[in-house]
Design a protein around this ligand. Sequence first.
Ligand code: SF4
Length: 386
Amino acid sequence: MDAESPRLQLTADQRAALHRAILAWYRRSARDLPWRHTRDPWAIWVSEVMLQQTQVKAVLPFYPRFLRRFPTPAALARAREDDVLAAWAGLGYYRRARHLHEAACVVVREHGGIVPRDPGVFGMLPGVGRYTKGAVLSMGFGTPLAVLDGNVARVLARLFALRGGAREPRGARRLWALAEALVPAREPGVWNQALMELGAVVCTPRSPRCGECPARRRCRAFKMGAVERFPARTERRARERVRRAVALIARGGRVLMTRRRGALLNGLWEPPGVELSSGANAREALAAELRRLGVRSKLEPTGRTIRHTITHRSIEAEVWRGTLAAGAVRGGARFIGRMTTGVGLSALASRVVSLEAENVTRRSRAWAAQPARPSSARRTSSRTSS
Ligand code: SF4
């Protein structure tokens, strides 16, 4: 431990008793989650990447599907980036999928397709930080490495009454040091999962269920009657509100899309759109963007707004219907619908595709509800006139 680290404040016997209590509770009460049935480091790696900043219930439908499609690093390395993004679509934070893809390519190219167990080597792979390294190697190979995510940080801050949270450097250093001092040589992966589970279901940010907690006899914050004071709250970055306009240009139920370029959602497909500065005229700004893309189209408001959030940006996108002038689409744009495979769509794009599918359904219902046309009479009159 470095000079800044808190002492563990536990004797060897107390540490062993804490382990026993938390592990026994975990074996009794852990949620039955698919990634807890495997020791395959690749399957564990995929689950850990998916679970970053994403709730368990959101990951559950994606995890088995993704692993069926890419059961090994080699299978993922062989895939085109578009197919990887398409398989990830809906989980968000696409940079994770890109890093996993890049890492799988390195594993195949440099390690014969086998997930490296050496922490120095595994930790150098794209997208692998200290947390992922600890999680995958402790759970997949039994390497005694610690993990520190939001749940573990909260449990440790309360157990040892540490004010600093994991979001500030000094707090993070202290918490990592504690996590490392606690990780056992035997079954470190089970211990890490137990701590994360305790934070997820018992030692929750608000109203922790201390009465059910296996660690309460050792918990300093509980003894002080001040559990919610630990860790100290840090200011969250304020969410930025963004106004956009997007063009819904449809053909046969499919929607015109272009590929995004830039730090956010790079490589995903989205309807042409533009961010609106305050007071900007949405129609004019969107028309200018369409011209830039080489798309000639008349725009009408639909009155529909799609709201969604990407990291710290809260986005309101006005949807404008575009009517395409004949033959007016340049290369780089394509029509994409629900049945199009092998393309990664942003969340906004999926919503626009659904909007168009609803429109198509509504139009065909309205058409079917029209009174039957007097087709036989028309045929008769046509015959008569000929
Ligand atoms: Fe968290 Fe309460 Fe358990 Fe302490 S006793 S670790 S505050 S749930």
